[in-house]
Design a protein around this ligand. Structure first.
Ligand SMILES: NC(=O)c1ccc[n+]([C@@H]2O[C@H](COP(=O)([O-])OP(=O)(O)OC[C@H]3O[C@@H](n4cnc5c(N)ncnc54)[C@H](O)[C@@H]3O)[C@@H](O)[C@H]2O)c1
Ligand SMILES: [Zn+2]
Length: 385
């Protein structure tokens, strides 16, 4: 049946020469489903897809492990699904991959109201999210994380990006997903090291914002590392709630003093010096938290009991708390030099998040290179710092 809508306007012209003002408000909200049941995960995903055509993107490792099966389930539910993959790993998180995904979308019949599904770890989620933000000025996308780091961190918050040769995550946007569906069954094929690296980001959230989450990890760290689905479901669900609450106050990161950066200042420097490979991001963050503890203790800010609990938990997870625990221990002076580059990128100011108590951090901008060097030397690994 034909339909028509009339549009009538009579916009008054201003008397003076005032500049035009434009204002737009956008409210994004989405559900984060966490489940240990495959039928439940598929049902939630189908519900979120809501009959649209699907462009599912994953990497070539996840495709074989979980992708083909999930695509079969979605097609079995009557959905039209196109799928493509790219090579696994951080080396693919770049404009070349994004460009080939844009070519693929342009050649497909995906329309602006269809949906892109990002199935994979943080690399797939970040890359596909950025492509979704750019294609047709933004198509809806759903994150289906398959790593613990992806589930508790990358999938939430809409920070999408690809790397540039001169800096990680340099080309990106804030573009929120339509939904997140975390099926912890996917995490069953991760090795212990990858699980521990994801756990580092959960422990960080506990320290920053939730003693309850911290205690939950203390109780369940062994089960999580053994891949126990019940423990994983509980931890992913709790960490998702805590992350959503922490980012809600400043979703577009206007304030540079962000507690979520705990462990990341030294962590990024370690990743830079070691060339983004031998040390996993979560491992670098764990070590960065240990250095932040040392700086905080030296300032008399951190309670000894809390410090012991945090270092003990990191060690129980098999995460590095001393420089020599890292797979490729850098020289302390090189880490401090790398901090200098980060300082230049960030307008000459480095902010250190220092733990005080569980749920209480202080963000200090007066931590100097000597403070960091002393803390790194003290946590080098020759004694039980
Ligand atoms: N956007 C954000 O807010 C945010 C937050 C944290 C990290 N990140 C980004 O996330 C990336 C790191 O994510 P990651 O650690 O998930 O790395 P990743 O995506 O590279 O995955 C690690 C490896 O595990 C494989 N893999 C994925 N799922 C698997 C499974 N279920 N079983 C077996 N193997 C599996 C992948 O193929 C890959 O080889 C970085 O690029 C980082 O910048 C983004
Ligand atoms: Zn991180």
């Amino acid at each position: 049946m034909a339909s028509s809508v009339s549009c009538v306007h009579s916009i008054p012209l201003p008397d003076g020469a005032e500049p035009a003002v434009f204002a737009a408000v956008r409210q994004d909200s989405y559900r984060v489903h966490v489940t240990a049941s495959e039928p439940d995960a598929v049902a939630r995903l189908v519900e979120e897809i809501d009959g649209r055509r699907v462009a599912l993107v994953t990497d070539d490792v996840v495709a074989g492990l979980h992708g083909d099966r999930l695509v079969g389930r979605l097609r079995g539910a009557g959905l039209r699904v196109d799928t493509t993959t790219f090579p696994a790993g951080e080396g693919s998180k770049n404009l070349d991959t994004a460009w080939s995904l844009l070519d693929w979308l342009a050649a497909s019949s995906i329309q602006r109201r269809d949906v892109v599904v990002a199935l994979g770890g943080g690399v797939v989620i970040d890359t596909v999210g950025w492509v979704a933000s750019a294609y047709m000025r933004g198509v809806p996308y759903i994150n289906v994380p398959t790593t613990l780091l992806g589930a508790v961190d990358a999938a939430l918050g809409g920070k999408v990006a690809v790397d540039h040769w001169c800096a990680k995550n340099l080309i990106g946007a804030f573009y929120q997903p339509k939904a997140v569906v975390s099926h912890v069954g996917f995490l069953g094929t991760l090795d212990r090291r990858q699980l521990a690296a994801g756990l580092a980001e959960v422990i960080k959230k506990g320290v920053i914002g939730s003693p309850g989450l911290f205690e939950l990890i203390e109780r369940s760290v062994d089960d999580v590392l053994a891949g126990d689905a019940v423990a994983l479901e509980r931890v992913v669900a709790a960490a998702s709630v805590v992350k959503c609450a922490l980012i809600a106050a400043d979703p577009y990161e206007e304030d540079l003093r962000r507690p979520l950066n705990l462990g990341h200042t030294v962590g990024h420097a370690v990743e830079t010096v070691t060339g983004y490979g031998p040390v996993l991001h979560g491992e670098a963050v764990a070590y960065g938290m240990a250095v932040a503890c040392e700086i905080s203790s030296r300032r008399g800010l951190l309670d000894d009991g809390v410090r012991d609990r945090l270092l003990t938990l990191l060690r129980r997870a098999g995460l590095p708390t001393r420089l020599h625990d890292l797979r490729q221990p850098p020289k302390p002076a090189d880490v401090v030099e790398a901090l200098d580059c980060i300082r230049r990128i960030r307008d000459g100011c480095l902010r250190f998040v220092l733990p005080v108590e569980l749920g209480h951090t202080v963000i200090a901008d007066d931590v100097c290179d000597d403070d960091v060097l002393e803390a790194i030397v003290a946590t080098a690994g020759t004694d039980d710092a």
